[in-house]
Design a protein around this ligand. Structure first.
Ligand code: SF4
Length: 307
């Protein structure tokens, strides 16, 4: 199966609406240290294209329900470098458009801006993950992904084309990437309409990579994760009070800028958005909504949002 119902380990903390999941590639070369796909995909950071992808996708789309949106992708980045060569993601989008499916793209790849005109014609939203504005921290967290600056530029290009854009500030790791206020200010300036955030929930393999990349921070967080926190299935959670504090900071920054907010698999009940994952953006009329936002934004530049 190329398309399946999204069901992250049957997690009772997942609040996502019903949606399909589609990965045009197996694995992901961005190699983010916090990534969880290494726990279930062999050679996860060696990305490869899927065989017979389009033939199989066409067959499956004929019998799937177009009222249920498709997220692309949850276990690989659809705009990783392979896409420049194979253009599988673009071909999938065209097929999904033909079969009238709504699509939410989740990516760190600035190559997504290439498909802005196509996405603007579809019922679509794009969630770009940006965990920090600090280029050095980003390079340690997401060694082979485009820089935050390139991602922000891609978001800007999408917004200018009339695509609904959300941001995933995910994961937030205490003492590593806490500069959320500045980041959210940038997102507002661009015209981002929704933020989904969550705290780092390591599994054993991602924890090992984190220890290698951030040894001091790992030494400080070890007790919080493995003694004071709790285990949920195969993931380790920080103590609830700390997770709440971190997520409230992001929410408060978003509220200040009129951006909707939701958490991902935290179980904290902090959401201000109709959907946690940003799929509610699919129902808004893309171009009108963006233009309305831009107009509104132009009226409140400057000191109306003092930090
Ligand atoms: S972009 Fe996503 S799927 Fe790819 S390595 Fe990073 S976290 Fe994993």
């Amino acid at each position: 199966m190329i398309v399946s119902l999204f069901d992250p380990w049957r997690s009772r903390l997942c609040t996502c609406p019903r949606k399909y999941s589609l990965n045009p590639y197996t694995g992901c070369s961005h190699g983010c240290i916090y990534c969880y796909i290494t726990s279930y995909i062999p050679r996860a950071f060696e990305a490869r294209p899927k065989r017979n992808l389009l033939r199989q996708l066409r067959r499956e789309l004929r019998r799937l329900d177009p009222r249920i949106p498709v997220t692309i992708a949850n276990s690989s980045d659809p705009y990783q470098p392979l896409e420049r060569v194979h253009r599988h993601t673009r071909a999938c989008l065209k097929l999904l458009q033909k079969f009238n499916f709504g699509v939410e793209v989740v990516t760190k790849g600035d190559l997504v801006a290439r498909d802005a005109p196509l996405l603007a014609e579809m019922r679509s939203a794009v969630a770009v993950t940006v965990t920090t504005l600090d280029e050095d921290i980003a390079a340690r967290l997401e060694p082979s992904a485009p820089s935050p600056e390139r991602r922000l530029r891609a978001m800007q290009q999408l917004v200018e084309r009339g695509v609904n854009v959300a941001c995933r500030i995910d994961p937030v790791i205490p003492g590593v990437n806490e500069g959320v206020e500045e980041l959210v200010r940038e997102l507002d300036a661009i015209g981002v309409r929704h933020v989904t955030s969550s705290t780092f929930k390591p599994r054993f393999d991602s924890w090992r990579r984190f220890c290698d990349a951030f040894p001091e921070q790992a030494a400080r967080l070890k007790e919080l994760y493995f003694e004071k926190g709790r285990r949920v299935q195969n993931s380790y959670y920080l103590p609830e009070e700390l997770r709440r504090r971190l997520m409230l900071r992001v929410r408060s920054a978003c509220s200040k800028h009129g951006i909707t907010f939701a958490v991902c698999r935290e179980g904290l009940g902090l959401n201000t958005a109709p959907s946690c994952d940003g799929t509610h953006l699919l129902s808004s009329h893309t171009r009108d909504a963006q233009h309305a936002h831009r107009g509104q934004h132009n009226h409140h530049t400057g000191d109306e949002h003092p930090e």
